[in-house]
Design a protein around this ligand. Structure first.
Ligand code: SF4
Ligand code: SF4
Length: 471
């Protein structure tokens, strides 16, 4: 065997291992199409190995290898950094910024506008008369309709959802913490304070932590959610602390693959409970350090969290409106604590999401209510963004009795945090060719259509046969 044949066989063995590994990981992820492609690829590589040993076929084999090497080298052409993403939310400011009024959010309208109250007549008579009829229907059916109806209201998962949702409600009253009157103001340098805060947040359960200065243009203009009394409805939101510690928790992949079935909503609710705990605890920690600490979780929002997280260097916002974070993609929930304690802000990052989303569109194609735009970004409140149709999205939630999450589950960035997907993610973040080609390769390998996958037995649910065809 000469040197050339030996080298080709070594490369061939490496390629065989790569295809086999891909097939193995895809099988574990229940990706049937990708598993088949991985196996076919591995078999083709074995055949190529046989051809290497036939002297007359050497030119053909060399041609294949040369094509492969050229493709691999092309992936090393670096992408220009996305300057907009590197500026965080402000990078997408294209007009005069206008703060979002929380009173207009679906949750606030649904929960805070009770017929016969002053806020009800103010909102529907003076601000948005056109929303009254549809909101009244939604209020009648409930935001999730009949909880878990897509799974015949499978009690263990629905009970998990309700149990978890009750936690932020209990903790919400503890969200706003002034400095403890008995606590001296901690004498820490911003560097030391940042080191402690980030490690503390990770220690108590956050998966990723970032820090940013709060952009006043992102803060809600007026309070719309009134969980603990009507007096705050419409209150102008101001005088917030200037720093935000933003925390991310990973949604379990084994739950998310069931979207839009009940294991997903049980996991969303679980993380809302966890986030309420994390942010409240950290908020109280700031109070005992002599500073304000305002927990931002599902029972106390002063600011939308995806752009805040982007500012804190925790990811980019994707087409479907979720934050896409390193390691976990869209499978995350975000929480924050606002504080006066001087901290060192992180810098926003670019993961190649904007370019990838431009050609991917998998979430938009799979959304059962067609709520995710297929086209370009539009200007909303002065910022360029892919604008989700929340009304139709929430209408779908009430049909299935869960928070759907198909767009989270199908996103290529949301795949498990394994070596394979981290490796691919690295190229998407840094390589020009990968940002253009990988969305198409992803569609070829994994398909474009969403199908829920099998969950572990303890989460298993019974499908409601009348509803399984609505995704
Ligand atoms: S599914 Fe595709 S288009 Fe949608 S957010 Fe994820 S990467 Fe972007
Ligand atoms: S949650 Fe479901 S209905 Fe809503 S945008 Fe995502 S895929 Fe569409």
């Amino acid at each position: 065997m000469n040197f050339l044949t030996g080298s080709l066989l070594v490369v061939n063995f490496f390629l065989f291992s790569a295809f086999s590994y891909f097939a193995f990981e895809s099988y574990r992820e229940q990706e049937v199409r990708a598993t088949k492609i991985g196996i076919i690829g591995a078999v083709c590589i074995i055949l190529l190995g046989v051809l290497i040993l036939i002297p007359q076929m050497k030119i053909t084999v060399l041609f294949f290898f040369a094509a492969g090497i050229i493709f691999f080298l092309s992936l090393l052409i670096p992408a220009k950094p996305n300057k907009k993403a590197l500026k965080g939310a402000k990078g997408y400011l294209v007009g005069k910024p206008q703060r979002f009024d929380e009173r207009d959010s679906i949750f606030a309208r649904h929960r805070s506008l009770i017929s016969g109250t002053k806020q009800y007549s103010t909102f529907y008579n003076e601000i948005y008369p056109e929303k009254e009829e549809h909101d009244a229907k939604r209020r009648q059916s409930g935001i999730l309709g009949i909880s878990g109806s897509i799974d015949n209201e499978y009690q263990p998962n629905v009970a998990m959802m309700h149990a978890s949702f009750s936690m932020p409600m209990l903790l919400g009253q503890q969200a706003c913490n002034d400095p403890d009157p008995d606590a001296p103001i901690a004498n820490l340098s911003p560097e030391k304070a940042t080191l402690i805060v980030k490690n503390l947040a990770r220690h108590i359960g956050a998966d990723l932590v970032g820090i940013t200065k709060v952009d006043p243009d992102l803060i809600y203009s007026n309070q719309g959610e009134i969980h603990y009394g009507a007096k705050d409805w419409g209150r102008e939101i101001k005088n917030l602390p200037p720093y935000a510690v933003v925390m991310i928790t990973e949604m379990n992949y084994g739950h998310v693959i069931s979207a839009p079935h009940t294991p997903t909503v049980a996991e969303s609710a679980h993380l809302y409970a966890k986030g309420a705990y994390l942010s409240t605890l950290l908020g109280k920690w700031f109070s005992y350090m002599g500073y304000r600490g305002i927990a931002e979780h599902s029972r106390n929002y002063d600011i939308p969290l995806p752009p805040l997280a982007a500012d804190a260097g925790l990811g980019e916002v994707g087409r479907q409106g979720y934050l896409i974070a390193p390691k976990f993609g869209a499978r995350v929930r975000i929480f924050a604590v606002l504080t006066d304690m001087p901290l060192i802000p992180d810098k926003p990052i670019s993961l190649g999401v904007e370019k990838f989303c431009k050609s991917c569109k998998k979430c938009a194609d799979s959304c059962p209510s067609k709520s995710i735009p297929q086209g370009e970004k539009v200007i909303y409140n002065g910022f360029a963004k892919w604008k989700l149709d929340e009304e139709s999205c929430f209408d779908y939630w009430s049909k299935v009795g869960t928070d759907c999450s198909i767009c989270m589950a199908i996103c290529p960035f949301s795949r498990p945090n394994t070596f394979l997907h981290r490796f691919v993610g690295l190229f998407v973040a840094k390589s020009k060719i990968a940002q253009i080609l990988f969305p198409h390769i992803d569609n070829f390998l994994y398909g474009k259509k969403w199908r829920p996958k099998t969950v572990v037995p303890w989460l298993n649910y019974q499908r409601n046969k009348n509803k399984t065809e609505i995704y």
